[in-house]
Design a protein around this ligand. Structure first.
Ligand SMILES: [Zn+2]
Length: 555
């Protein structure tokens, strides 16, 4: 690479996540380095540069810092506990200017310059993080694509081969993955042992085949693999290659990707069960450049009578350490079934428009990954519904790549004009999880956009957010430098805004969405003596609550 970067943490131990790992709705975009507790591990700039972006969020990356280097790359440090003094001062000034804890700002080139090895902050657990760690990325500064950090010489302790935990052959009884139920055959796994597969050596000859696996439909391989360096779950797989005889059937290699493409993961895993396994085929709507499936989109077609196919599967980590398995496929003697393609089936390149008296749905091309027949069903309203009908659009186990539009007709008998602004679309999705979506009105039609399918209806969100604190004896005597803690929550549409004031003046408060905690530091901006801290929280449809905490501030 020419330049030498240094590691972003002082000591390299195990990593808790690697580039390309399978996560919910996205590929992991960097390396996770565990830190020793919250606010204890210094985080180091990997190279000279300047701070090009600071993003502070109650979710996602939490406290994040971006450093743009003259090398053409930007390093990203997320979930920080805190920034160094110079950056923290800059941040606080900006937060008071914007009157907002959360922000996404882009300092100029000369504002916050950084030298290689400088401590930029301390490792923490802010944002969507389940334990103290540094999430570290290298992005191409021009394209914003995130790149595999190990290409830049950063260290992880791993030198061992990945483990293959299971290998299944999944037959597709019809056309398209999504609409059909699949039959899975486990051919290698911890409980099966090694009955049908052979361990493979790279470049080695195929061992003598044992009993072949028989199929009568096109099939793909679904596997679970993990690299030893990873703590918890499938992690550290850099490349999966599948050969059919000597032809490449499927090749997945993750070196860089754009954030817009990260959601394609939903067509590479078993989305309906959420299992973090690799489905080694390319759905026609999966345009992720990391996948090559030059032959039949990665599907193994049943061999002709009397013929067999040799299948070889390799999983590699970044350093090329590999584990391989091979097996033989033969046709099922009950005959080969050719898929029945329904004339109503839409390819993923086609738009879908559904219209009815009570609902409309519009999907742009490339919203779905597989061919599918439009499918919706109407139900009479149940308790709490303010739309004329409830609908089930496709089903909750179907992934959507982008937002689609849905319009539902309101029942104006149940919906007083004064409550129209409190209307939200409720989606009952996977595993009974409910999500709420705001929208806009056109006469009696409520329109919203969402990326999940399931059972849909209009409901009212008239519930105010809750604000609680456990300070029975007030005013609380508190010294500068300490913090007041409150818990804030909202059931349906969710928290949109929180505002903390003293004597009508905005003061900084840090919100952490995963714990619902609002932490209000008693800094020099809060005047000494007896004060009322006023907390106001508003949800996405405008319901708001206020809560006062009386304090007596000592120096
Ligand atoms: Zn991470």
């Amino acid at each position: 690479m020419g330049q030498t970067y240094q590691n972003p943490v002082p000591q390299i131990g195990n990593t808790s996540g690697l580039f390309g790992d399978l996560r919910g709705n996205h590929f992991h975009s960097g390396i996770d380095y565990p830190t020793f507790g919250d606010g204890k591990t210094p985080i180091l700039a990997v190279y000279n540069g300047h701070v090009s972006r600071i993003k502070i969020s109650a979710t996602g990356y939490g406290n994040a810092l971006y450093i743009k280097h003259p090398t053409g790359y930007t390093s990203v440090y997320a979930h920080l506990h805190s920034y160094n003094q110079k950056i923290a001062q800059w941040v606080k000034t900006k937060q008071y200017q914007l009157e907002s804890f959360e922000m996404d700002v882009f300092p100029g080139e000369t504002e916050l310059q950084i030298v290689k090895g400088e401590i930029i902050g301390l490792g923490g657990n802010t944002g969507n993080s389940t334990g103290p760690h540094l999430h570290f990325e290298m992005r191409n500064s021009r394209t914003e694509w995130t790149c595999h950090p190990l290409h830049f010489g950063f260290s992880v302790s791993d030198r061992a081969a990945p483990t293959l935990n299971s290998l299944q052959l999944v037959e597709i009884p019809g056309h398209g993955y999504s609409e059909q139920f699949l039959s899975k055959k486990t051919i290698y796994g911890p409980n099966i042992g090694n009955l049908l597969t052979h361990p493979l050596q790279l470049n080695g000859k195929f061992p003598h085949p044992s009993k072949p696996v028989t199929i009568s439909h096109p099939a793909y391989i679904e596997l679970k693999a993990a690299d030893i360096a990873a703590i918890g779950g499938a992690s550290g797989i850099h490349r999966i290659t599948i050969l059919e005889n000597s032809d490449t059937l499927f090749d997945f290699k993750i070196d860089s990707f754009s954030f817009a493409d990260s959601r394609y993961i939903n067509s590479l895993i078993d989305f309906s069960s959420g299992t973090k396994s690799y489905r080694c085929q390319r759905s026609p709507g999966n345009l992720l450049p990391c996948i090559r499936a030059p032959k039949n989109n990665g599907l193994i077609l049943p061999p002709k009578d009397g013929e067999t196919k040799e299948i070889k599967v390799w999983c590699r980590d970044f350093y090329g350490n590999a584990v391989g398995r091979g097996f033989v496929v033969a046709a099922n003697n009950q005959g080969i079934h050719h898929p029945n393609i329904s004339p109503r089936t839409h390819g993923p390149n086609k738009a879908i428009a559904l219209k009815d008296l009570h609902a409309e749905a519009y999907l742009d091309p490339w919203t779905l990954y597989d061919s599918i027949s439009p499918d919706w069903q109407f139900f009479n309203p149940t308790n709490g519904t303010v739309s004329q009908k409830e609908i089930r659009l496709f089903n909750s186990s179907l992934p959507a790549h982008k937002l689609y539009r849905i319009l539902l007709l309101a029942d104006h008998q149940k919906l007083k004009p004064s409550l129209r602004s409190k209307t939200v679309l409720e989606c009952l999705g996977k595993e009974g999880k409910k999500s709420y979506h705001t929208g806009s009105w056109d006469q009696d039609w409520f329109e919203s956009s969402l990326k999940v399918f399931g059972r849909l209806r209009l409901v009212l969100d008239t519930t105010k957010p809750t604000i609680t604190s456990s300070y029975p004896a007030q005013p609380i005597r508190i010294s500068r430098g300490l913090s007041i803690i409150a818990r804030i929550n909202d059931q349906q549409s969710g928290i949109k805004e929180y505002r903390v004031t003293v004597n009508n003046r905005w003061i900084l408060a840090a919100y952490d969405a995963k714990s619902n905690l609002l932490s209000i530091p008693i800094s020099k901006e809060v005047p000494l003596g007896k004060q009322n801290i006023l907390i106001k929280v508003t949800d996405h449809v405008g319901n708001s609550s206020s809560h006062t905490i009386a304090v007596n501030i000592q120096n």
